[in-house]
Design a protein around this ligand. Structure first.
Ligand code: SF4
Ligand code: SF4
Length: 327
């Protein structure tokens, strides 16, 4: 297929929707597992390991434990595998996790699209955008301070083996199945703001995105602009989900860039915007392909080496669920 048929936008949306459907599927499987584990059904359904991707705090602790003691967390091993995979994606292919995989990213993009259609979208002044970016780094700093700096490996090990941590994914499911009024209000407020300010949650509040953004500043991959051929139409800046002023840069090394290549897709001048990695021009699909390849490599290695499936027995899982949910 030629580059003209598969645009960066189409490629991105296809991948994003595939991951969204995958997340809905594993969410449903987790629900069936939860029903069994809490004694509401006798049909055993194993927990899909991929749901552990939604436990980044547990993964951060497990990462520290692994780095200092070489011990792989076997309570949520897939969570740790995916955490390292996402970090490597950022180190090599910018924040491609945010751009292609995270379902919240897709929902945020779709809300932005709706905001555009309704003509609600406003571009923030650069200074305001910079100030608004600070909270996500403060939240990330809090996690780093409490977990990476303050928690000893003994404390981490105690936390990771708590019954609560064993059922953390079910806790998360229960949280979303029966959201409190406060949760619903927060989600509604974020959705309304996102109609006016593009990708508000991802750009200004998500601490995971902040961590991946910091890692992405080391990435050898970047969008580059040929200033000599640029006609300053501003289409790249307008389409950019991170609202980066692509039209003023020679290369985009911003921690906000999600590597979506949407800017490359809308640029009317041939080869004015290109994706480069290690200073070599590469097809725009390299970022998406690289990010998926990393995911598959980490998954494959983890399965083959026994670092994907938890060693918790079904009996233990059911005992902890009964203890925590059926008080
Ligand atoms: S600079 Fe280009 S690749 Fe980076 S986020 Fe913006 S549109 Fe996507
Ligand atoms: S879309 Fe291309 S030509 Fe237009 S401002 Fe951006 S880089 Fe320049």
């Amino acid at each position: 297929m030629s580059q003209k048929i598969v645009t960066p936008h189409i490629l991105r949306r296809v991948i994003q929707y595939l991951f969204l459907f995958f997340c809905l599927f594993i969410g449903y499987r987790l629900f069936q597992h939860f029903i069994w584990a809490t004694g509401q059904s006798s049909a055993f359904v194993p927990k899909p390991p991929s749901v552990e991707a939604f436990l980044p705090i547990s993964a951060l602790m497990a990462a520290k434990q692994f780095i200092l003691t070489n011990k792989w967390d076997m309570v949520h091993p897939a969570g740790l595998t995916l955490f390292f995979a996402f970090i490597w994606m950022a180190l090599l292919f910018r924040k491609s996790f945010c751009g292609y995989i995270c379902p919240v990213g897709l929902i945020s993009n779709l809300t932005e699209q709706l905001g555009r259609k309704l003509k609600f979208q406003k571009e923030l002044p650069v200074k305001a955008a910079r100030i608004l970016s600070i909270p996500k780094y403060i939240i990330l700093g809090g996690f780093v301070y409490f977990i990476v700096i303050n928690m000893s490996t003994r404390q981490i090990s105690s936390f990771l083996t708590l019954p609560y941590n064993y059922v953390a994914d079910s806790k998360m499911l229960a949280f979303f199945l029966a959201p409190s009024a406060t949760t619903l209000i927060v989600i509604a407020v974020l959705a309304i703001i996102s109609l006016f300010i593009r990708n508000f949650w991802c750009r200004f509040l998500c601490p995971y995105g902040a961590l991946l953004g910091i890692c992405s500043t080391f990435s050898p991959t970047a969008i580059t602009r040929e200033a000599g051929t640029c006609i300053s139409c501003g289409k790249c800046r307008k389409i950019c989900p991170a609202a980066i002023h692509v039209d003023e840069r020679k290369a985009v090394h911003s921690p906000e860039c999600v590597g979506c290549a949407e800017c490359v897709g809308v640029c009317p001048v041939n080869d004015c915007l290109t994706v480069r990695t290690f200073n070599k021009k590469v097809p725009f699909a390299t970022i998406a392909g690289g990010c998926l390849a990393i995911l598959l490599i980490f998954y494959g290695i983890a399965v083959l080496t026994g670092h994907w499936y938890s060693d918790a027995t079904p009996e233990l899982i059911r005992k902890f669920h009964m203890m925590i949910f059926n008080k």
